[in-house]
Design a binder for this molecule. Structure first.
Ligand code: FAD
Length: 640
C-alpha cells in the first residue's frame, strides 16, 4: 500500500558492506561488482545476489581494510540504494525491502537522498531560487540552500581583494565572484606554469626563488604535494562534499568522492588549478601573480585597501596603494612577514600555545597547536610489509589491486625530568604521510631548511615519508629565549636555521637513521638512500631541538614501533626539520562574520589565520568566508 511504500521510498544507505579482497576487482574499480552485490544481498536477505540490478546502487565510499586481526583483508563499502529503481528493475525485491529495519551506522533511510552539488551549481540554484546561501548551524547544511530569501545589489558591486591563491583564497574568490562581487585575487607567487619551472630550477640547479617555490604560488602550499584530501572536519559533511565536487568540476577524478582516503597528486593538481583559474577569469576576477601585499591601508579602524608591490623586487620601491571595500587575507602560514605587519597595526593575534587547546580532543583540534619534528622516510616496501605482510607484493608500485600502504600514528607522551613528571604532556603523531612520494624542500629563505612531502597520483616512488611531530608550547619557546606573540614563529625559524647549518649549506638536509636518533649518536655507517633530491648529510638531529622535544620524539617513535613493528629500522631515515605543519598563531575573528575581531573590513582565513590544517579544511574555510563576505555586502542574504 501507498503508506508502506512511502515509508521505504527514496534512498537507503547501507554501510560497512565488506567484500573480501579475492572477490573485489581492486582499489581502482569504484562501481558495483558481483562481490559487492553479494554483500548487499546479505543485508537485504535477498536470496540470489546475481538478480540484483547493479544500476540501483551507487558506491558512496570505498576503503581498504588490512588490519592484522582480519582473517582476510577486505574492501569496505558504503552504498546508496535507489528504491524506485530497484523495484522497477527487479519487482521481487520489494518484499525484502519492506522488511528492512534501520540500524544506526549500518542501514539508514534517506528519504530525499543526497542533493547537494558542487559549489558553482549550489550558488546558481541559490540565485535561481532566490534561496539563501547556506545555513551554518553547527555542521553546515549546504543542501538547504533553497530555503530563505536573497536580495542582490547589482548596482554597487563591492570591490574585494583576496590575498593569496591557496585553497582558502581560491574558494573565497569563487564564492564571491559567483555572487557578483568585483574580486581581485593577488598572489605573490607565479602561475603554475612558471612556478613549475621555478621549482625545477630549485631541484636541479639549487636556485630558490623566494617568491615562487613549494609554498608560494598559484594553488598555495598544497600544489606540489601529495594532494591528500582527507580531513578531520567530517568527511561526510555537506561542506566537504561541496568542496570535493567543485574539485571534480575543475577536472579532479570522480574517485575522490568515493575513495576512503582520497588524494590527487601533483600531476592532477596542476591542470585542475588551470581550470579553476580560467573559471575565475570568466567570472571577471582579476588575477595578479607576482604581486605581494606588504601592508594594509587603514582608516578609522577599517581596512580600506592594501599596499602592493612587485614580489620579485624586495625593495618595495614600486609599491602601489589600492582601495578595496574588504580584504580577505588568505596568505598561509609561511607568510611570516604578514604576521609582523598585522602586529604593527595592533590586529589581535593569539599564539597557539598547546596549553590553550589541550582541553579539546587532539584528534580533532591538533592543528590548533604548534608542532615541530622531523620527516621520516622508509622504503615503501618496508611500510607495505609492515601493513600487509605477505600481501605486500600485491601493491606493485601503485598499479596493483590494493593501495600503496600508509600509516597514521598518534600517541600521548608525558614529559619527565629524571623519572619525575614535569606536568607537561605532548601529543606526538605522524602527519601528512606520503606513500610512494618524496621529501621536498619547503623553505622560503635560503638560510632556512624546512621539509614536507609530495607525490604523484600513482604514488609509485620507492619511498614512504611522513612528518613525525610533537606539540610545543610557550615553555619551549622560552627555553630558547623567545617571548611575545610571535615567539612560536621565531622558534620555528630558529629550528629551520639550525637545520640549514647542520646540513652545511646549499640546501643539503641533515639526516640520521631512526636507530641512531634513538641512541643519540651520529649515523656513521652506510645510510639508506633518500628521495630528497638536493643531498643529505649525516648530522646529530638529536641535538637540533631542546632536549624535552628530542625525548618526546624518541619516546613516541618507540611507541609507534609497538603499533607498527619494524617502524624502527636501519632503513628508516629522519630528515630535519619539519616545522610548518600548522600555523603558530591564530588571527582572531568573529565566529559567523569571519571578520577580524580588531579590524573591520579584514577577513583572515585559512591555515595562516589558524582556522584550517590542510587543503580541504582551508577550502571549506574559504568557502564559508566567501559566503560571510557576500552576506556582509548584501550580495546574498541568509543565515550563514
Ligand atoms: P596556502 O596554501 O599556504 O596559500 C597561501 C597563498 O598566499 C600562497 O600561494 C602564497 O604565495 C600567498 N601569499 C602569502 N603571502 C602573500 C602576500 N603578502 N601577498 C600575496 N600573496 C601572498 N595538505 C593536505 O590537506 N594534503 C596534503 O597532501 C598536503 N601536502 C602538502 C605538501 C606540501 C609540500 C606542503 C607545503 C603543504 C601540504 N599540505 C597538505 C598543507 C596544505 O597545502 C595547506 O594546509 C593549505 O594549502 C593551506 O591553504 P591556505 O589557502 O590557507 O594557504
Amino acid at each position: 500500500d501507498v503508506e508502506t511504500r512511502n515509508k521505504f521510498d527514496g534512498f537507503w544507505r547501507l554501510s560497512k558492506l565488506a567484500v573480501p579482497l579475492h572477490k573485489d576487482p581492486g582499489k581502482d574499480f569504484l562501481g558495483v561488482s558481483d562481490g559487492l552485490l553479494e554483500a548487499i544481498a546479505k543485508v537485504l536477505e535477498f536470496p540470489v545476489a546475481s538478480m540484483l540490478p547493479a544500476e540501483a546502487f551507487s558506491v558512496i565510499r570505498k576503503s581498504f581494510d588490512a588490519r592484522k586481526v582480519l582473517k582476510e583483508p577486505k574492501f569496505v563499502y558504503i552504498v546508496d540504494m535507489d528504491v524506485d529503481k530497484l523495484i522497477s528493475l527487479e519487482p521481487r525485491t520489494w518484499d525484502f525491502i519492506s522488511r528492512l529495519e534501520p540500524k544506526v551506522g549500518l542501514v539508514e533511510h534517506l528519504p530525499q537522498g543526497k542533493v547537494s552539488g558542487d559549489l558553482i551549481s549550489i550558488i546558481k540554484d541559490c540565485k535561481r531560487n532566490s534561496g539563501n546561501a547556506v545555513s551554518r548551524d553547527g555542521e553546515p547544511e549546504i543542501s538547504s540552500v533553497s530555503k530563505g530569501s536573497v536580495t542582490y545589489k547589482t548596482s554597487t558591486k563591492p570591490r574585494i581583494a583576496v590575498v593569496g591563491s591557496g585553497p582558502s583564497g581560491l574558494f573565497a574568490s569563487l564564492v564571491l565572484a559567483e555572487f557578483g562581487a568585483n574580486v581581485t585575487l593577488i598572489e605573490r607567487g607565479q602561475p603554475v606554469e612558471q612556478r613549475g619551472r621555478d621549482i625545477g630550477a630549485l631541484i636541479v640547479r639549487r636556485i630558490l626563488q623566494m617568491e615562487s617555490n613549494f609554498c608560494f604560488g598559484e594553488g598555495g602550499a598544497g600544489t606540489w604535494s601529495d594532494g591528500k584530501l582527507v580531513t578531520r572536519i567530517g568527511r561526510n559533511s555537506d561542506s566537504v562534499l561541496a568542496v570535493l565536487k567543485t574539485l571534480v568540476h575543475f577536472g579532479g577524478p570522480k574517485g575522490i568522492l568515493v575513495n576512503g582516503k582520497p588524494h590527487l597528486g601533483t600531476d592532477r593538481l596542476i591542470p585542475l588549478l588551470q581550470n579553476f583559474r580560467q573559471h575565475l577569469q570568466e567570472l571577471g576576477v582579476t588575477i595578479e601573480f607576482g604581486k605581494r601585499v606588504d601592508d594594509l591601508l587603514i582608516e578609522d579602524g577599517h581596512a580600506v585597501g592594501v599596499r602592493v608591490s612587485d614580489s620579485r623586487d624586495s625593495s618595495q620601491s614600486n609599491s602601489q596603494k589600492r582601495e578595496y571595500d574588504a580584504v580577505v587575507l588568505a596568505v598561509g602560514h609561511s607568510a611570516r612577514d604578514i604576521y609582523e605587519m598585522l602586529l604593527s597595526h595592533n590586529v589581535t593575534l593569539v599564539p597557539k600555545d598547546f596549553a590553550f587547546v589541550r582541553d579539546f580532543s587532539f584528534n580533532v583540534m591538533s592543528y590548533m597547536a604548534e608542532q615541530v619534528g622531523l620527516r621520516i622516510e622508509h622504503p615503501q616496501q618496508v611500510i607495505n610489509s609492515i601493513q600487509y605482510s605477505s600481501l605486500a607484493s600485491e601493491v606493485r608500485s601503485g598499479r596493483g589491486k590494493i593501495p600503496v600502504a600508509d600509516y597514521k600514528l598518534v600517541k600521548y607522551v608525558r614529559e619527565e625530568d629524571g623519572n619525575v613528571s614535569t606536568g607537561t604532556s605532548r601529543s606526538c603523531y605522524s602527519f601528512c604521510m606520503c606513500p610512494g612520494g618524496q621529501v621536498v624542500l619547503t623553505s622560503t629563505n635560503p638560510s632556512e631548511i624546512c621539509l614536507n612531502g609530495m607525490s604523484f597520483s600513482r604514488r609509485s616512488s620507492k619511498w614512504a615519508n611522513a612528518a613525525l611531530v610533537v606539540t610545543v608550547s610557550a615553555k619551549d619557546f622560552e627555553s630558547l629565549n623567545f617571548h611575545g606573540l610571535l615567539a612560536g614563529v621565531e622558534f620555528q625559524r630558529e629550528l629551520e636555521r639550525r637545520a640549514a647549518i647542520m646540513g652545511g649549506g646549499n640546501f643539503v638536509v641533515p639526516v640520521q637513521t631512526v636507530t641512531d636518533f634513538l641512541d643519540s649518536k651520529l649515523s656513521v655507517t652506510s645510510m639508506p638512500t633518500s628521495s630528497y633530491r638536493l643531498g643529505v648529510k649525516a648530522a646529530p638531529l638529536h641535538e637540533l631541538f631542546p632536549i624535552h622535544i628530542t625525548e618526546a620524539l624518541q619516546r613516541s617513535i618507540s611507541m609507534f614501533d609497538e603499533e607498527l613493528p619494524g617502524f624502527i629500522s636501519k632503513d628508516g631515515l629522519l630528515h630535519g626539520v619539519e616545522t610548518r605543519t600548522s600555523s603558530p598563531i591564530q588571527i582572531s575573528r568573529g565566529n559567523d562574520t569571519y571578520e577580524s575581531s580588531s579590524l573591520k573590513g579584514l577577513y583572515p582565513i585559512g591555515e595562516g589565520a589558524g582556522y584550517a590544517g590542510g587543503i580541504v579544511s582551508a577550502a571549506v574555510d574559504g568557502m564559508y568566508a566567501g559566503f560571510a563576505v557576500a552576506n556582509a555586502f548584501e550580495l546574498c542574504h541568509g543565515g550563514i
